[in-house]
Design a protein. Structure first.
Length: 482
C-alpha cells in the first residue's frame, strides 16, 4: 500500500484557497448536524515520526466549534494506563453521541509493540461503528529523506529540539523496515467500516485538503445514512425464543442445601483463605473482576457481602449497576463498565453487569434485536481482552425457582428494614419469567467461554449458595496466585 504512494503530490495556492473556503464552511455545518443527530465521531492520526500530525490536526480543527471536540495525545502511557487492560485508556476516552474525539496516536501502538493483534483492533473498532460511530483513520506518509530533514530542523531549534531523540534517528535509518511494518498494519486493519486514508504529507497544503475532504465526505455519508430506530424492536420473538434453547437452567438441582454448623465452619475457613489471597492479589498486581447476575432476590447481595467481609476495603469496589443515566446512554453501552474495571492488584465486584444488554434490554425492548444479538460477540471479545491482560474474570448466575422468589418477595414486604429491596417493578418482571428464562439460557450458551465461563449457583438455599461462590473465588485465585 505505502510503496505505491506518490509522495510528491501538491496543490496550487489558488486551488488550495478555493477548496479550503468551501471545506471549512462545510466542516462547521457537518459538526452541527452530527451533534443534532447524535452521531459520535473518532478521528485517528498515525504516521511516520515528524510527518506533521500536530500541525495537521491543528489545521483540521480550526473550522470546528471547540466546545464539541477534544484532542488526545496518546503516545505516552500514564501509570494508570499501565495498570489497566490495554484498551482501557482508549475506550474510556471514546466520544459521547454528537461529539468528536481526535487521537494523536492511538491503539495502533499496541500492534507495533506486539501487545495486541490486528484482529483485536478490527473487533475494537467494529463495536463502535456497529453502534453508529464514525471512525476516520489517517496515516501520514513522508519519505525517508524528508523525515531526516524535518528532524534535523527540529533539533536545530531550541524550542523544538526536545521533540527529537536518538530513537527517532534510529528509526529513520531503518526506514524501509518500518515502511514494511506500517504497510502490513494498514493492510490488515483497512476495513469497510473503518477504512484507512493514506495522506501524502510532504506538501502541507495538499495534506490538509485531503484530510478535510475525507472528513467532509465521511460525515456527509453518515448524516445521509442515519435512520431512526422506532418501535419495540428489542422484544423477544417466538422464533428467537426457540433458538439455542438448550435447557441450561432446567438441569440445575435447586434442592442442594447446607446445615448451619457446616456453613459456619466452611465460611470461616474460606474467608481466612480469601483474606490471604486478597493480600497476594495486591502484591502480585493481579486484577480481579467478579460479575454477579441472577433473578431478583436471588442472593447476589448476600454472596457479595460474604466475600467482602474479610478483605481490605481499600482494595476492592462493589459496583451496583442500575439503569444507565443520560451520560452513560450517550456512550457505547460498554463504556460505563470499562470506566469501573479495576487497576492491577484490585478487585471490582459488579452487582448486575454488561449482561443487561442481552437480558433486561432484550426482554423489555430497550435494545433493538440487532443490538442485543451482536452484544454476545462484543462481550466475549471484551472478556477475552481482560483475561489476556492478566485479569481473573469470574461470572456468577444466582439461580432460584419462581416459588422461592415469591417467598422472598413476601418476606421483604413483611420485614420493615427490607421493604426498600422490593418494588412494583420486581413483581412486574415475574410476569415475564419465561421470556427471561429463554434469554438467560441463550446468554449462558453464547457467552460461557474458556476465558470466562459461567458459574450457575444453586441459590434456593442461601447458605449453600454463599459457600459455593466463596469456594469458586478462592479456588480460582489460589490457582492463579503463587
Amino acid at each position: 500500500m505505502l510503496d505505491k504512494i506518490d509522495m510528491k503530490k501538491e496543490v496550487r495556492k489558488q486551488d488550495y484557497d478555493d477548496r479550503m473556503a468551501h471545506l471549512e464552511i462545510r466542516m462547521g455545518e457537518l459538526q452541527r448536524q452530527c451533534k443534532e443527530k447524535k452521531i459520535p465521531i473518532m478521528i485517528v492520526f498515525e504516521g511516520f515520526e515528524a510527518s506533521g500530525k500536530g500541525t495537521l490536526i491543528n489545521k483540521m480543527i480550526q473550522p470546528l466549534d471547540p466546545r464539541g471536540f477534544k484532542v488526545y495525545t496518546m503516545e505516552k502511557e500514564t501509570e494508570a494506563d499501565t495498570m489497566h487492560p490495554y484498551f482501557w485508556r482508549y475506550f474510556t476516552k471514546t466520544p459521547a453521541k454528537g461529539r468528536i474525539h481526535i487521537f494523536d496516536r492511538s491503539w495502533y501502538q499496541g500492534i507495533e509493540k506486539g501487545i495486541i493483534t490486528a484482529e483485536e483492533v478490527r473487533q475494537f473498532e467494529r463495536q463502535f461503528t456497529d453502534d453508529g460511530m464514525v471512525v476516520i483513520k489517517f496515516f501520514l506518509a513522508i519519505t525517508q529523506k524528508e523525515q531526516k530533514k524535518r528532524m534535523d530542523n527540529l533539533k536545530k531549534n531550541a524550542s523544538t529540539k526536545w521533540r527529537v531523540n536518538e530513537e527517532d534517528y534510529r528509526k529513520n535509518k531503518d526506514y524501509d523496515k518500518y515502511l514494511k511494518k506500517y504497510d502490513d498494519m494498514l493492510i490488515q486493519t483497512d476495513t469497510s467500516n473503518a477504512p484507512w486514508t493514506v495522506v501524502e504529507a510532504i506538501e502541507k497544503k495538499y495534506a490538509i485538503c485531503k484530510i478535510l475532504t475525507t472528513v467532509v465526505n465521511r460525515l456527509e455519508a453518515a448524516v445521509s445514512a442515519q435512520k431512526k430506530v422506532s418501535g419495540n424492536a428489542g422484544s423477544v420473538t417466538e422464533e428467537d425464543s426457540e433458538d439455542l434453547q438448550n435447557g441450561v437452567l432446567q438441569g440445575i438441582d435447586l434442592s442442594l442445601t447446607l446445615e448451619p454448623e457446616e456453613y459456619k465452619k466452611k465460611r470461616k475457613d474460606l474467608q481466612k483463605r480469601m483474606e490471604i489471597l486478597h493480600n497476594k492479589m495486591y502484591l502480585q498486581r493481579v486484577p480481579v473482576i467478579l460479575a454477579f447476575e441472577g433473578w431478583d432476590a436471588g442472593g447476589k447481595g448476600g454472596a457479595i457481602k460474604r466475600i467482602t467481609q474479610c478483605i481490605d476495603p481499600r482494595g476492592y469496589e462493589v459496583v451496583p449497576i442500575a439503569s444507565p443515566n443520560d451520560i452513560e446512554k450517550a456512550h457505547h453501552y460498554l463504556w460505563r463498565f470499562w470506566e469501573k474495571f479495576p487497576k492491577d492488584g484490585h478487585m471490582a465486584i459488579f452487582d448486575r453487569t454488561w449482561y443487561g444488554r442481552v437480558l433486561v434490554e432484550r426482554v423489555e425492548g430497550f435494545a433493538t434485536e440487532e443490538e442485543w444479538k451482536r452484544a454476545y460477540s462484543e462481550i466475549n471479545n471484551m472478556e477475552a481482552h481482560l483475561v489476556k491482560s492478566g485479569a481473573v474474570v469470574l461470572k456468577f448466575w444466582m439461580h432460584i425457582d419462581k416459588e422461592e422468589q415469591e417467598k422472598r418477595f413476601k418476606q421483604r414486604q413483611e420485614t420493615p428494614e427490607k421493604q426498600w429491596k422490593i418494588t412494583d417493578e420486581d413483581w412486574r418482571n415475574r410476569e415475564k419469567w419465561e421470556e427471561y428464562e429463554k434469554a438467560i439460557d441463550e446468554m449462558v450458551v453464547r457467552t460461557s467461554t474458556g476465558d470466562a465461563p459461567w458459574h450457575i449457583i444453586e441459590a434456593n438455599s442461601k447458605l449453600y449458595a454463599r459457600i459455593k461462590v466463596l469456594e469458586i473465588v478462592v479456588e480460582a485465585l489460589e490457582k492463579v496466585l503463587k
